[in-house]
Design a protein around this ligand. Sequence first.
Ligand SMILES: C[S@@+](CC[C@H](N)C(=O)[O-])C[C@H]1O[C@@H](n2cnc3c(N)ncnc32)[C@H](O)[C@@H]1O
Length: 209
Amino acid sequence: MEDDTRDFDREAASWDENPERVKLAKDIAGTIAREIRLEPVMDVLDFGCGTGLLTLELQPSVRSITGVDSSRGMLDVLNGKIGKQNLANVKTLCFDPDRGDDLPGRYDLVVSSMALHHVRETQPLLNLFHRIINPSGYLCIADLDPDGGQFHSDNEGVFHFGFDRVKLRQSLIEAGFSEVRDKSAGGVMKYVVGEGLQLFTVFLMTGRR
Ligand SMILES: C[S@@+](CC[C@H](N)C(=O)[O-])C[C@H]1O[C@@H](n2cnc3c(N)ncnc32)[C@H](O)[C@@H]1O
């Protein structure tokens, strides 16, 4: 079978060396904190957590946070940080919705940063998020506005060239979320061959269970 997934395991060790990524995670965490009230009683899940850039920004404000990702390499890096910082409230779980994996547990908040565009079928995942979020809990998804396929230098494992906010809003509503709204959360400057330096904008879409 053709393997069209991206090798995030290989990228894991140097993932945090990109300052734009680190800044984006901080900007997204700040936008989440402005959009919803983070509370010390909240159990949170970070889908596509990678090395935990967003996970660890949110960790001090909540009771627990579980980082889930399909890349063991990414989770190894996050587990290293958890061990080094002796964080008792951060867990990791290897999970891939495209493999049909299920997600155990229930959460007050599900967040995701720059991962949804790597998921082939997004509607079943949004439906799953709705099932695992407690009543009155929140979903916060940060991802690219439509990027014309230019954000990634290699589009292997990229199933969506950003998201049209109106269509994604509809998908959240179809999954059962209410109070769906979106905000601009940040951006990434990247050099695109033949185009020069381009700004790729990132939204945060929020829904309530
Ligand atoms: C662009 S990275 C973002 C990582 C992190 N959220 C951040 O902001 O730095 C996308 C992450 O999603 C994970 N991912 C991609 N496809 C996935 C899938 N189908 N299921 C779970 N995780 C996935 C990758 O392994 C990777 O860690």
